[in-house]
Design a protein around this ligand. Structure first.
Ligand code: ADP
Ligand code: MG
Length: 288
């Protein structure tokens, strides 16, 4: 029998004109879109409906939650509108024009510790917020953390959350087949022993490590070796020259987030109480 449309009351696509492609990820293409009536710009995520065959009801639920939750925190991209055609699903988000955190880290090499702490505090506050609303991001990484504007001090925004639960199976295989790196995924994802809120805290440990050092902790020659390193929690604060100016408090924060056992890993809210983020004293900063 014919499946009902995912969003029967959704707005028609011709209210928008799409422009240049902003980026693409593991299961979607994101395009700039202008709302014709208002002239406002959005980022429109185009998802091929084939990827969610049989899970339409889950997508419908998740989008409703996303729309409600996403407008409640200043560092989460707001879902403004959605509609579908026979082939695609379109989600219209806040447009972030400042690029991905990934590209800024690559351009800078790494962040000063105080700047890294400030970014991590902001991101974790938003993560704690979505967790409280019952959403797990599941794909936190510097490609999904966007700056609102090109300004140096622009707000950091969490993008690409919520739907990953539904896309998960595709993602797991796509990640290793196409993207090649499972770098931010928690051990329990590979062990298939559950992947709830703690996976986001683990990912924040990897993001923090990346911010401080300019490279990720579990980088290995193959995805398989990388996965084994993640499961074993096998990483070091090395080479020493990259870590010489990083405080013990920062290392301790990373260590806490990278607790192998998800039950013993601190929650996002607990991470915010860690000395590295909670203290008001300025962190020691020096030029490498
Ligand atoms: P996927 O689920 O396929 O990874 P994302 O939502 O992460 O899709 O989007 C893919 C890329 O598109 C992002 O890495 C980013 O470069 C760009 N992008 C996503 N959302 C926005 C946005 N709101 N504003 C600007 N660019 C965006
Ligand atoms: Mg993404």
């Amino acid at each position: 029998s014919q499946q009902p449309p995912i969003m029967p009351n959704a707005t028609v696509p011709c209210q928008y004109r799409t422009g240049k492609t902003l980026g693409s990820g593991t299961y979607a293409i994101v395009k700039e879109a202008i709302h014709i009536k208002t002239g406002k710009y959005y980022a429109c995520k185009v998802i091929n409906k084939k990827l969610m065959e049989g899970r339409e009801h889950m997508v419908r639920n998740e989008i409703a939650v996303l729309k409600r939750i996403s407008s409640g925190n200043p560092n989460v991209v707001t879902l403004h509108d959605y509609f579908e055609t026979s082939h695609n699903l379109y989600l219209c988000f806040d447009l972030c024009t400042g690029g991905e955190l990934f590209d800024r880290i690559c351009a800078k090499g790494n962040y000063y510790e105080a700047d890294a702490a400030s970014l991590v505090r902001t991101i974790l506050t938003a993560v704690a917020y979505i967790h409280k609303g019952g959403i797990v991001h599941r794909d936190l990484k510097p490609e999904n953390l966007l700056f609102r504007t090109p300004a140096e001090d622009a707000d950091i925004m969490i993008a690409d959350f919520g739907l990953s639960r539904i896309m998960e199976e595709e993602k797991l295989s796509l990640l290793t087949e196409i993207c090649g790196t499972p770098g931010y995924m928690a051990p329990e994802i590979f062990l298939k022993t559950g992947h709830s809120k703690p996976v986001d805290v683990w990912a924040m440990g990897v993001v923090t490590y990346f911010l401080l050092a300019g490279y990720t902790p579990f980088d290995r020659d193959t995805p398989k070796l990388e996965m084994e390193a993640i499961i074993a929690g096998d990483y070091k604060f090395e080479p020493e020259e990259y870590w010489a100016n990083v405080s013990d408090t920062a290392r301790d924060f990373v260590r806490a987030c990278l607790t192998i056992d998800p039950e013993r890993r601190p929650t996002a809210a607990e991470c915010l109480d860690h000395k590295w983020l909670a203290s008001n004293t300025p962190h020691f900063v020096s030029t490498p």
